[in-house]
Ligand binder design. Structure first.
Ligand code: PMP
Length: 393
């Protein structure tokens, strides 16, 4: 979600919601304000101080391949993955690279996976409905190295190299995904965007062990404003090229943000172990419960409206919670049962701003709605959605 570019493109879209009955409610961005209530309860446990004489150097760890990665952040990332069990953490042959959000790392990965010797830009593809920022990220600079190649489903028969973005759970639809392009063999490179592979959103069913995996604090802890993402990369040459991209674009990542992220991840890990007092629940349990409740309320409202429908999710065993659960994604992927409607337009007419299916490479009768907004915004959304009695555009 690029709040800035979207708000300038369309001046009517404020990113801060005013809950007055006259003003449209913006659920277009996945701005994770939902988590603020948990962090308020955490209180002082997240505080830390940086003195004026600290963190001046460009370098965080000159001995590490990723020399701008704070050792404390690397340690907390590994600790959290081990505890959650969503990724196989290796001590060797695995490189962690920090970025200014996973957005920057996506571009670093495009650069690193593009062939050096090919005169034509490599196609970046993703199965529709895909994350709406991929086309912009791949196309913005009109690079000679890579370009947006569209829906991965339509790339199947081509005998060309490609990069496939696999978003799992998917943004916008919340489903667990695998690559869809066959026949590429060695010519295909896959980037796993695992921004939402955390227990509050989806059952943790396996320890993933892919060549290139991306995560972000934005969706894990909800601290999108800190702009911290990380890549876990197996191939040293790919890791080196991603680091090169980071050096050329921003000479690394702010230490203040990295140290804050390290603190937050540490607090999450502590909240899940028995270190904490019983009156503060584990972060993931909290996120899971809030989202579960929101999804139940939304499904109730949608059930009463014969024209609307929501994506369904299978019941799966979550190794982290030790129980069966459905997914409760950060976005609702809703559609109009009568396939010829423009649902984004209809909701806009009812003062609910969402992102329409076309932006995700699919039909306009689908929309994506943020489920991670603040409580009062979510309640207002349900109220406005319940009031829609007729679907006409
Ligand atoms: N990938 C996916 C699938 C996302 O939804 C987002 C944020 N909306 C990002 C990457 C980028 O996240 P950030 O740059 O905030 O880390």
């Amino acid at each position: 979600n690029h709040p800035v570019s979207e708000s300038t493109e369309n001046g009517t879209r404020s990113v801060v919601n005013n809950l007055s009955s006259e003003i449209p409610l913006n659920l277009d961005h996945g701005d994770p304000r939902m988590f603020e209530s948990y962090w308020k309860k955490v209180g002082d446990r997240c505080k830390f101080t940086i003195e004026g004489h600290e963190s001046l150097s460009y370098f965080a760890n000159p001995k590490n391949l990723c020399w701008f990665l704070e050792p404390k952040l690397e340690e907390e990332i590994k600790k959290l993955h081990k505890m959650v069990g969503n990724v196989k953490v290796e001590e060797e042959d695995q490189f962690i690279i920090v970025g200014n959000g996973s957005s920057q790392l996506i571009q670093a990965a495009f650069y690193a996976l593009s062939p050096l010797d090919d005169s034509n830009p490599i196609n970046v593809v993703s199965a529709a409905p895909y994350y709406s920022c991929y086309p912009e990220m791949a196309g913005l600079l009109k690079s000679g190295l890579y370009k947006w190649g569209g829906d991965a489903h339509s790339f199947n028969d081509k005998e060309e190299p490609f990069i496939e973005m696999v978003t799992s759970p998917n943004n916008p639809s919340g489903v667990i995904r695998e690559p869809v392009v066959n026949g590429g063999g060695a010519k295909g490179k896959v980037i796993y965007d695992l921004a939402y592979y955390w227990p509050q959103y989806t059952p943790i069913t396996a320890k993933l062990d892919h060549d290139l995996m991306l995560f972000t604090v934005s969706k894990c802890t909800g601290h999108a404003g800190s702009r911290i993402g990380w890549a876990i990369v197996k191939d040293k040459e790919v890791a080196k090229r991603m680091i090169k991209f980071m050096e050329i674009s921003t000479i690394g990542v702010a230490k203040e943000s990295q140290l804050r992220a390290a603190k937050l991840l540490g607090v999450i890990s502590d909240s899940c172990s028995n270190v904490w007092s019983p009156n503060l629940e584990s972060f993931f349990e909290y996120g899971h419960l809030v989202l579960k409740e929101r999804w139940e309320k939304l499904r109730e409202v949608v059930k009463k409206n014969p024209l609307l429908s929501l994506q369904k999710y299978p019941l799966q065993y979550c190794h982290f919670f030790g129980d069966f659960s459905e997914s409760h994604p950060a976005f609702a992927w809703m559609n109009c049962k009568n396939g010829s409607k423009d649902l984004e337009k209809i909701l806009r007419g009812n003062k609910i701003l969402v992102r329409g299916g076309r932006q995700f490479g699919t039909d306009p009768n689908y929309v994506r709605i943020s489920m991670v907004c603040k409580e009062e915004e979510f309640n207002l959304f349900l109220q406005r959605l319940s009031a829609i009695k007729e679907i006409s555009d």
